[in-house]
Design a protein around this ligand. Structure first.
Ligand code: PLP
Length: 419
């Protein structure tokens, strides 16, 4: 019989295999200093474009104050236990009502983490006779939720309504056989490439097909829509989203998440979300902090306006300079370049060390071979000067990529990686 760990000794996994070359630099980097547009990386000042603090709340003085005061009042333990047992409070309920009202739903329920919350939401909404139809580019938490499903599931091509229809046809046939219903899942904003989910076209299909619609709006909440209530608001279809999900980990600059839906659905979910029923309640410091963040999100439109000023400056600047930023329709700003993985590593090193620009890098197998994706996340804390410096740096690294500089620099990297 094999030792369970044998495979681990042999194969570290698709990302883990790069650990010795990448760790501490490309993966698990340590950004230091206060969360803002300028931080330190390995002792050097960098403009940070890799933090989802969209509205700049993370280090806002009012937020820092309320977080600190809540820490003093409640500590980090209170309340102890799961919501159902001993972890329930008035303030949890108040925050839920405020969130529900803001996203225009009857009720909301808090989740201690978005990831686990989404997994359990999917798990609780479907039983084995039901069919799930979801976007193939869905976030890992959706994929893991679907993995728990005992029944049939179909993926549709990314943001492709025709493909969704084809799969709905299949799902309907299957559901007639099983006697179940259909759950469609999309993201509001796809976090890697920035496209909005085609929510309007998806809900239009409800006229033809009988399904319920779950939207993960992690990146849309606080950034999209007139009031910041998210991508459903942006596309005018919030009422047709049956279950709306958002996390506090992005525009709210905190930890935690929530789902919002009709009262009866939330009443059901709060008794059936296993990752919430059997895990500690969201701690009070986070609840108090989330209420303040929500209030600021609602009453300080200037934060979202500043975010979008930066988004427009960055995205139009990149486009004017001939960069391929794909089909983003949100603040998430991808820049696609052509090159190998070693070239991408040399390029990012140059960007960080010589130009003081810190952004995330995505390569194969997440995107097709031969492409390099640099992902920039503008926030309300960035300045137009940050944008200008970054655009100039991108011009420079593109020239160096084209004239073969990174190919030469990457030879050592490639050798080390055995390529
Ligand atoms: C699309 C999407 N859904 C869900 C999550 C998970 O949320 P959390 O960080 O609150 O666990 C994330 C990442 O934060 C995300 O990007």
């Amino acid at each position: 019989m094999k030792d369970l760990f044998e495979k681990i000794y042999r194969d570290k996994g698709p990302l883990g295999k790069w650990a010795s070359q990448a760790e501490g630099y490309f993966v698990f980097p340590k950004l230091e200093g206060q969360i803002s547009n300028r931080m330190k990386f390995r002792g050097k000042d960098v403009i940070t474009w890799s933090i989802n603090d969209y509205l700049g709340l993370a280090n806002h003085p009012e937020i820092r104050k309320i977080d600190a005061e809540a820490g003093v009042s409640y500590g980090s333990a209170y309340p102890m236990g799961a919501r159902m047992m001993s972890g329930h409070t008035d303030l949890h309920e108040k925050l839920q009502s405020e969130l529900a009202e803001f996203v225009n739903k009857e009720a909301a329920y808090l989740l201690n983490f978005g990831y686990q919350g989404m997994v359990s939401t999917i798990d609780a909404l479907v039983s084995k006779d039901d069919i799930i139809v979801y976007d193939v580019d869905a976030h890992a938490c959706i994929i893991d939720g679907v993995r728990l499903h005992m029944g049939k599931r179909f993926t549709y091509k990314h943001n492709d309504v025709e493909s969704l229809e084809k799969n709905l046809d299949r799902a309907v046939k299957m559901a007639e056989h099983t006697g179940g219903g259909i759950l469609v899942i999309s993201e509001g904003v796809f976090g890697m490439r920035g496209e909005q989910g085609r929510l309007k076209e998806i809900v239009a299909l409800k006229k033809k097909y009988n399904f319920r619609f779950l939207v993960d709006d992690a990146h849309g909440f606080g950034t999209m829509g007139k009031t910041g209530a998210g991508t459903g608001e942006e596309q005018g279809v919030q009422d047709d989203i049956d279950v709306y999900f958002a996390t506090f980990a992005k525009a709210m600059a905190s930890t935690g998440a929530f789902i919002a839906a009709d009262q009866e659905i939330i009443d059901y979910l709060k008794y059936n979300l296993r990752s919430q029923m059997f895990a500690k309640s969201l701690q009070m410091q986070l609840v108090v902090g989330a209420r303040k963040r929500l209030e600021m999100l609602k009453t300080m439109p200037e934060l979202k306006n500043k975010l979008w000023e930066n988004v427009h400056a960055l995205q139009s600047g990149l486009k004017e300079r001939g960069f391929d930023i794909g089909t983003t329709q949100s603040s998430v700003t991808p820049v696609y370049l052509k090159g190998s993985i070693p070239e991408a590593m040399a390029l990012v090193k140059d960007l960080r060390e010589n130009y003081g620009i810190f952004c995330s890098i995505v390569v194969y197998p997440v995107i097709p071979k031969g492409l390099i994706l640099l992902r920039l996340i503008p926030t309300a804390t960035h300045t137009l000067e940050d944008v200008e410096i970054t655009l100039n740096a991108f011009d420079a690294i593109r020239s160096r990529l084209k004239n073969g500089t990174y190919q030469r620099l990457s030879a050592a990297v490639a050798a080390a990686m055995g390529q």
